[in-house]
Each structure stands twice: as structure tokens, then as C-alpha cells.
Design a protein around this ligand. Structure first.
Ligand code: PLP
Length: 367
């Protein structure tokens, strides 16, 4: 007879035991996707041409990122040693935190902001110091300066920020870098193309400034998982020790050059989104909904107590939007990605219908 034994299972680090699994609300998204700030249409047709020519032989080889890194570096006006391609900005965040954060360190995080900063920080032994924005959701510049201490190791700023769409100015970024020379200042420019302003020209001259960019948003390549980190050579050297040499796969590397070259497509898509944003803002104003002025491809909207029902109603009308109510200071607020003008007209009519349904429901409840 087999002996019964008490199962002894390996235990992860204490910090991992305290973590929650993070599951973004994906699933059944074959409808109008205004929930993840993706490109809502397609990437450049030149990318499809390259994809169609890729042979299975190509897949047998390990991906070689250096030649494509050199190309991207030239495109952005930085030296190849100042840039690393990554598996999306999420890998930038993960690797940067693994490289720099240890017990006793602090990550300064203006909130509300992109969820993955907190997720990856919670896997380290450092602590997160949230800097809550005021009700206008403007960048909490003074509060952030006041929170800098000798323990501050990383300051992460999404610029433009999500879900608010608000920005930190160049002067504010420079002042933060100057006041925290012992900390890495990560400026996440995921939504750069919709904003048009960058601090990438300061790479190398500001010794603690690092910049992240993604190809998931304006370029329409979220499924390929492509991002980058740019920074001074001295800091990039540490990061490269932690970064996997193969985290950017060969399909992504093959698609990146044609995506970069097709500036006409990118300009067209960004122009379309900006025009759609102006039209959609007018629709929100006409519906008397509070909104926050956005410099990105999404708008945060105040729906109020019935936010969950609103999201459900939009969903049943074929429009996915993202409830941000659980973000700090965002109760009752919903984030809506901006797509093309045609898509946003569909979204505006679904929104008006949903508001009528909510009004009718609350009237019936009162009677
Ligand atoms: C501020 C910000 N940074 C990074 C990302 C993720 O970028 P990637 O798809 O390159 O991992 C997002 C996605 O929503 C974001 O909002």
C-alpha cells in the first residue's frame, strides 16, 4: 500500500504571496474596442506585406534585435547604445523595477495611472508611494516634489497619463529630474503620437532620465508586443543585464521597419483620431457629461453611480468601454478610447441611448 505523505509545496517569496493575479478584462472583443486605448482600425498595410512574405524558415532562427535597434535609434535621434527594444512597455516597467528597486527603496507614482506600475512594483521589495492627483486630475507636480526623499529610487510618469489624459510639462519633468538625481525618472510616452510633445531629445544630457515608447497604440501593433526603452548609456548597461536577449520575437522585428517607414499612415491615423476626439468631446458636452481634457487617444468621462450599468449598456450596443471606478479618485468614471470619426459617431449614439436608458431606469425606481 502506498504511504500517505503530507504534500510539501515550494513557497514563493513573501511579496509574491501577497500579490493578486492581474487579469485585464479581455475576452469576446470582436466589436468596437474602445476599452484598451489600442489602434481601433489596423496597422500600416506595409506591415501586412512583410508578414505575408515571412517563411517558416525565418522562424527557426533566434531573433536578432541589434540591427532593428540601430534603425529605431536613428529614427528617434538617439545612439544605438541608448536604446533597447522590449516586449512592450510592460517589459520596460518590469525590467527597470527588477534592475533598480530593492528593500527600503520607494517608487513615486502619481495616481491614478497605468495599472502595471503597481503590479510590477508589488513583486519587488520596494514600496510604492502614491501621489494622488486633485479632482481636476492635473499632474500633481508640487505633491510629487514634496514626496522626494533619499529613498526615492524610481519616479514613473505616464505622459500623457492614463486614464486621465492629462500631461506633465517639459519644465516640470526637468525640475523633477533635477530634484531627484539619485532616482531614475521614467517618462512613459506610450501616447506620444497623440500629444506630439516629447523629452526624448534630453536623453543623455539629463543623467537620470529614461523614456519608454510603445508600438501598441498609434502604430496598431499591440498583438506583436513591441516597446522600447531609451536612456543614458550608463543606466542602459544595468538594464541590459536583466533584459532577456530574445524577448522581442522575430515577427515583431520584421514588422517594425515597415511600420516605422510608413509615416504617412501613422500621420493619417493620428489625424483621424484627433479629429474624432474633437467631435466626440462635443457629443459629451451636448450630453452634459463631465470630462477631463485629454491629450491622448481616450477620454475619461464622469458617469456617476450607475457606471457599471452604463458599461453594460454600451457593451450590449456593441461598444466596449472601460470602467475606471476602482482607480484612486475615479469612482463613477469611465474611460473611452477614441477611434475614427465613423466609429466615434457610432459610440456617441450608443452613449446617448445608454444615458436615456439610465434616466428611464432611475425614474422608474423613484416612482
Ligand atoms: C501609460 C501606458 N504605458 C504602457 C502601456 C502598455 O504598453 P505595451 O502594450 O507596450 O506594453 C499602456 C497600455 O495601456 C499605457 O497606458
Amino acid at each position: 500500500m502506498a504511504e500517505t505523505s503530507i504534500a510539501v509545496m515550494p513557497a514563493p517569496r513573501a511579496r509574491v504571496q501577497a500579490m493578486m493575479e492581474y487579469h485585464p478584462p479581455l475576452g469576446c472583443r470582436d466589436t468596437l474596442r474602445l476599452d484598451f486605448n489600442e489602434n481601433t482600425l489596423a496597422c500600416s498595410p506595409r506591415v501586412s506585406e512583410v508578414l505575408a512574405r515571412i517563411s517558416t524558415g525565418h522562424l527557426t532562427r533566434y531573433p536578432e534585435r541589434a540591427p532593428v535597434e540601430a534603425l529605431v535609434a536613428a529614427h528617434l535621434g538617439v545612439a544605438p547604445e541608448q536604446l533597447a527594444l522590449t516586449n512592450g512597455v510592460d517589459e520596460v516597467i518590469h525590467v527597470l523595477f527588477e534592475t533598480f528597486l530593492e528593500a527600503g527603496d520607494e517608487l513615486l507614482l502619481p495616481v491614478p495611472t497605468y495599472t502595471m506600475y503597481e503590479v510590477y512594483a508589488s513583486a519587488t521589495d520596494a514600496s510604492v508611494v502614491p501621489i494622488l492627483a486633485a479632482d481636476d486630475l492635473q499632474f500633481p507636480f508640487e505633491r510629487l516634489l514634496a514626496a522626494i526623499t533619499p529613498r526615492t529610487k524610481i519616479i514613473a510618469i505616464a505622459n500623457p497619463n492614463s486614464p486621465s489624459g492629462t500631461v506633465a510639462t517639459r519644465a516640470q519633468i526637468l525640475e523633477i529630474a533635477r530634484r531627484a538625481p539619485h532616482a531614475v525618472l521614467l517618462v512613459d510616452e506610450a501616447y506620444f503620437h497623440f500629444y506630439g510633445e516629447t523629452v526624448i531629445d534630453l536623453i543623455g544630457s539629463v543623467p537620470n532620465l529614461m523614456i519608454a515608447r510603445t508600438f501598441s497604440k498609434a502604430y496598431g501593433l499591440a498583438g506583436l508586443r513591441l516597446g522600447l526603452l531609451a536612456g543614458p548609456v550608463e543606466l542602459m548597461r544595468w538594464v541590459r543585464r536583466v533584459l532577456s536577449p530574445y524577448s522581442v520575437n522575430s515577427l515583431a522585428l520584421a514588422c517594425l521597419p515597415p511600420a516605422l517607414e510608413d509615416t504617412a499612415y501613422l500621420d493619417w491615423y493620428v489625424g483621424e483620431v484627433l479629429a474624432a476626439r474633437t467631435e466626440f468631446e462635443a457629443a459629451l458636452d451636448a450630453a452634459k457629461l463631465r470630462r477631463w481634457p485629454s491629450r491622448a487617444n481616450f477620454i475619461l468621462v464622469e458617469i456617476g453611480a450607475r457606471h457599471a450599468e452604463f458599461v453594460r449598456l454600451m457593451h450590449s450596443a456593441g461598444v466596449l468601454v472601460r470602467d475606471r471606478s476602482s482607480d484612486p479618485g475615479c469612482d463613477g468614471r469611465v474611460r473611452i478610447t477614441i477611434g475614427t470619426r465613423e466609429q466615434m459617431r457610432q459610440a456617441a449614439s450608443a452613449l446617448n441611448e445608454a444615458l436615456i436608458a439610465l434616466k428611464t431606469a432611475s425614474k422608474t425606481e423613484k416612482e
